[in-house]
Design a protein around this ligand. Structure first.
Ligand code: ADP
Ligand code: MG
Length: 686
């Protein structure tokens, strides 16, 4: 349960004074539904309202506040703006200009002969002074008469920064003093104010670095604390030692040797599985580094030890592919493998469920359907999660709840993640790195090409196909809707079919599972030459004979995503090419990003750059997983604050594992405040 002290913060914004339907909408568009959202909606800058006694040409360009008396109107006869001629105490004139509004409206705001306090940006129009759309024009007793710093907020249509500031002032007034969760020594060393004071300070002055830093630290600390709790709870649960005897692994016939990195990682996993404490390991490796094989070895270890293993994949396509690969690799071994996805129904599904419950099935591969309530395992010992970035901490916790004795967990990432983000998202895990590619890989040659040259691309594709090659053609990502994504892909498939006939296949996310499989199978078997696809092929798909990939509107993809897409080729020993088609109006950043893709195949480097260029949320695809998105901490701040917060969180848990002491209780408050409270649930049950 959330501590009572936080209740005012978690009330709806409509609890504030003066929020009618007119304001609720723009707030909603900004994602500001609750008071706490407003509290963390930080200003990005400010303007100073300089109070002036008299009008002065030298002030043109400044935002001033001044007392004026409206003297006459010059109405725009329906068309142009309404101009209110107003004078200061010395008789200097300024026009207050109102566009668009009904003239009556301006007259009501600025009645003739009555003093008004007016503020806005003073401008020179020819030789005359004017203020276009004053920020306010108020009776003297309603207006502030001191110099004001007004914070500027990210806005949406229908709300002004001034109004936002007024709402935030109410928010801060309602904000309770919270117990301090930061370690006193750290607080003193950094000179950080209390949480409430930091909040008040940053809203008053967006440049207050100390206040901002404190608030950033809070959310990072809450995040790291939650991860530490996951780790603690998982470690505290009894797992069981899975010591395989190696007989299945020895019988596995591979057409190649493990790379050094694969062998090392397999040993690390073996060491973990032998412990009673459940394994919590993250396997990071660049695209194509051979993570699947490590997963297979781990699953075999579990089976050798008499337990069951499950492999969770983010998409149907990927689940099928893993299933096929494993079935091929394990053919002839006494290992029963099954697949379970949302699509499997009826008798087949029943049989699979029975086999899982009886233990007849040793390895299950599937999508998240494998963790539905109706699925019971006889003895689940190991869970492998592929393409972990598609799942969040919450799902990891759910997995843990599934087996009575905590299963061992091996999570694999699609692409490398910068160190800071690894810590922020997987801080509870040990990390293995597959930092070595299988031998014989040739670097993928990447070129960036203007969309004007699309016809040339089609020619290049024709040559590639007639040489017996296969290719992917990835269609642009359209932000607004899945529908338009699809339309683009269908249209492209159509034009390519006009040229290449039935050697063109199409696969997209809206297709039925069976259709998708059929197309993928045709492509894998080489009967389809070019596979037109939306980003459903982004993760994991493995067809080594495909050595050309064309990516349309490449500038709309994130770098990590492009790298992942590009990783669909270069998987065999043949030379591979990647053609990135770009739009013509590119920003500097987009240019830099595409240039980087051309320059390097190194996923670790690309990840670092992507983080720098775009920020953490985008990079991790947090939109998909709902995972650690930081509202305040920037990538630079993360670099500095994460290690401190991680140590601090671990120290706190070492000393007060139940978060019972005074600081522990305060830390619980922080978990709730930053909505990392799934961690608290673990405390209770643990
Ligand atoms: P990812 O790490 O991107 O999931 P995969 O596991 O799909 O990579 O492996 C990429 C390709 O490399 C596959 O075709 C796989 O068969 C091959 N592969 C994996 N390990 C080795 C190895 N040790 N030597 C040669 N090829 C390998
Ligand atoms: Mg993979």
């Amino acid at each position: 349960m959330r501590p009572d002290i936080l209740n005012p913060l978690f009330a709806e914004v409509t609890a504030l004074k003066g929020i009618g339907p007119g304001l609720a909408k723009p707030l909603d568009r900004l994602g500001l539904a609750r008071i706490v959202d407003l509290a963390f909606h930080l200003p990005t800058g400010w303007i100073d309202r300089v109070p002036r006694e008299e009008l002065d040409m030298a002030d043109a360009g400044r935002t001033i506040a001044i007392t004026l008396t409206p003297q006459s109107y010059r109405s725009g006869n329906g068309r142009g703006p309404t101009r209110v001629q107003a004078s200061d105490a010395l008789g200097n004139y300024v026009s207050l200009v109102y566009f668009g509004g009904h003239p009556g409206w301006a007259k009501k705001l600025a009645p003739l002969g009555e003093q008004r306090r007016v503020s806005g940006r003073l401008e020179l129009y020819g030789q005359e002074l004017q203020i276009v759309h004053p920020d306010y024009c108020l009776p003297l007793d309603e207006a502030p008469d001191v110099a004001e710093r007004e914070s500027i907020y990210p806005l949406s249509e229908g709300i002004t920064s001034r109004r936002m500031g007024q709402l935030v002032a109410q928010v801060i007034e309602r904000t309770p003093d919270l117990p301090e969760w930061i370690e006193p020594g750290l607080l003193a060393k950094r000179g950080w104010p209390s949480w409430r004071e930091a909040l008040a300070r940053i809203h008053a002055d967006s440049s207050d670095a100390i206040a901002r830093e404190r608030l950033a630290y809070d959310e990072v600390f809450a995040n790291q604390l939650a991860l530490t709790l996951v780790r603690q709870s998982s470690r505290a649960r009894r797992g069981r030692s899975l010591a395989g005897d190696g007989r299945l692994r020895a019988a596995l016939k591979l057409p190649y040797q493990l790379t050094g990195a694969q062998a090392r990682t397999v040993r690390e996993v073996e060491g973990d599985l032998a412990q009673e404490q459940p394994m919590l390991r993250l396997l990071q490796g660049d695209v194509g580094s051979g993570k699947t094989l490590v997963a297979a070895m781990a699953l075999l270890m579990a089976v050798e030890a008499g337990a069951q293993g499950a492999l969770l994949a983010p998409t149907e396509i990927l689940a099928r592919q893993h299933y096929e690969t494993l079935r091929r690799q394990l053919a002839g071994l006494p290992v029963e493998i099954a697949i379970l996805t949302g699509r499997d129904k009826g008798k087949v599904r029943e049989a699979t469920l029975m086999g899982l419950a009886s233990g007849a099935i040793h390895i299950l591969i599937g999508t998240h359907a494998i963790f539905q309530d109706t699925v019971t395992y006889k003895d689940l010992g190991l869970v492998v999660v592929d393409e972990q970035h598609r799942f969040g901490v919450a799902q990891r916790m759910m997995l843990q709840a599934k087996a009575r004795a905590a299963p061992h967990l091996l999570a694999m990432t699609a692409t490398p993640i910068p160190r800071t983000l690894t810590l922020a998202n997987y801080g509870e895990m040990d990390v293995s790195m597959l930092d070595e590619m299988p031998p014989g890989r040739q670097p993928i040659e990447t070129r960036v090409i203007s969309e004007d040259r699309l016809p040339d691309m089609v020619e290049a594709l024709a040559r590639h196909l007639s040489d017996g090659g296969q290719a992917y053609w990835v269609c642009p990502l359209v932000e607004e809707s899945v529908k338009s994504d699809l339309a683009a892909a269908e249209a492209r498939a159509e034009t390519l079919r006009a040229r290449f006939g039935d050697r063109v296949g199409l696969v997209h996310g809206r297709m039925k599972g069976a259709e998708k499989d059929a197309v993928m199978a045709e492509f894998a078997a080489g009967r389809i030459g070019v596979l037109v696809a939306t980003t459903v092929i982004e993760v994991g798909v493995d067809v080594p004979n495909a050595t050309l990939i064309v990516i349309e509107a490449a500038d709309r993809f994130g770098l990590a995503q492009l790298h992942q897409l590009r990783g669909r080729v270069g998987r065999g020993s043949g030379k591979s090419n990647c053609l990135l088609i770009r739009g013509n109006a590119l920003s500097e950043t987009s240019r830099a990003r595409l240039a980087l893709m051309r320059e390097t195949n190194d996923g670790f480097r690309i990840a670092e750059e992507d983080l720098r260029l775009r920020g953490a949320g985008e990079l991790l695809g947090t939109k998909q997983s709902g995972e650690a998105a930081f509202r305040i901490a920037t990538p630079e701040m993360l670099g500095e604050l994460l290690p401190i917060a991680t140590d601090d969180a671990r120290l706190l848990i070492d000393r007060d594992g139940g978060l019972e002491g005074a600081r522990g209780q305060a830390a619980r408050t922080a978990l709730y405040l930053f909505e990392r409270d799934a961690g608290v649930a673990l405390l209770r049950s643990g």
